[in-house]
Design a protein around this ligand. Structure first.
Ligand code: C5P
Length: 302
């Protein structure tokens, strides 16, 4: 059972951290077209959207942050804002159970690039579910919340979990990992959106083997060796569509990254560094080289 805040908070702030697919194998396809995955996922402590929920006279929604102007403030349609879809879906589920879901003003500070393979929209939806459960002081069985999350998008359940995990099925079959080191990384994106359905469509090899067994400890050397045995199967089709991905990966390598891979359906790539100072130095250098692109150093969650 997931319960909201016992403190009756009138204002709640939730971080929506970027999701990083350290490995992503496409292992099959369901009859409805969705792909079966086997993915090792972690989250970025220092690359987050930020959401504020305040009880109000009436519902409201405002956008700020570097990428706020690029988002819709509408709940409806294919491009409807996932924050508002999450609010509406959770409210209906709670009201069906006789729980109240009062009007709420939501502010979304959009710091993560849009359509960039790091689950920004999914992270926002998950943070909305977490935040509204608190501000509404609501109670739902964990499975009911997971079902709502999955209805909002295949990556939303993993963003709701928010800690290192292995995701299978279409992303909803989640096994949290006992340990993972805090990885020092730089996220890099050329700020050209990539269409997830298109990348999946172009990924023609549908039955790749699963990823191997991840280390059960937090030894960085073991994790690097493990990651080198895995892939992101969406990387070849994404690179074919957007040559900037080759370029940005090369920039990460030249900045001293020990390991570089694309996350999700791209175009964000991550570079792993020996320590946080090295990641910071690299991000500063890369930002000077391409001030129009997105570079963010971060530690990953443990
Ligand atoms: O679930 P979500 O709306 O985030 O997925 C966006 C699109 O990505 C889906 O419509 C589908 O085309 C593709 N997808 C997929 N297999 C997955 C996840 C997403 O084919 N496991």
């Amino acid at each position: 059972m997931i319960s909201g805040s016992p403190k009756n908070e009138a204002e709640v702030v939730e971080a929506a951290p970027a999701k990083i697919n350290l490995a992503l194998h496409v292992t099959g396809q369901r009859a409805d077209g969705y792909h079966l995955l086997d993915s090792i996922v972690t989250f970025a402590e220092d690359a987050c959207d930020r959401l504020t929920f305040t009880l109000a006279e009436q519902d409201g929604f405002s956008l700020s942050g570097r990428f706020g102007a690029l988002l819709s403030s509408d709940a409806a349609g294919q491009d409807g804002n996932l924050v508002l879809k999450a609010r509406d879906t959770l409210r209906s589920a709670l009201e069906e159970q006789g729980q109240s879901a009062a009007p709420v003003a939501i502010m979304l500070q959009k710091n993560l690039p849009i359509a960039s393979g790091i689950g920004g929209g999914s992270a926002d939806a998950a943070a909305t579910l977490r935040g509204l459960m608190r501000v509404w002081n609501a109670t739902l069985p964990a499975e009911a919340l997971s079902t709502i999350a999955l209805r909002l998008g295949a990556d939303v359940p993993m963003c709701l979990a928010g800690r290192p995990l292995r995701a299978r099925g279409i992303g909803e079959d989640i096994e949290t990992l006992p340990a993972m080191p805090a990885l020092s990384m730089v996220l890099a994106n050329p700020l050209k959106g990539v269409s997830t359905p298109e990348i999946f469509r172009r990924q023609t090899q549908k039955d790749n083997p699963p990823v191997g067994t991840p280390p059960d400890g937090s030894d960085i050397g073991e994790w690097l060796a493990f990651l080198k045995t895995a892939r992101n199967d969406l990387e070849p089709p994404a690179r074919a569509i957007l040559p900037d991905i080759d370029f940005i990966s090369q920039m990460l390598v030249e900045s001293g990254a020990l390991f570089v891979r694309m996350s999700g359906s791209g175009a964000t790539c991550f570079g792993l560094y020996g320590d946080h100072a090295a990641a910071e130095t690299a991000a500063a250098k890369l930002s000077r080289e391409r001030p129009d692109w997105y570079f963010q150093e971060t530690k990953t969650t443990v």
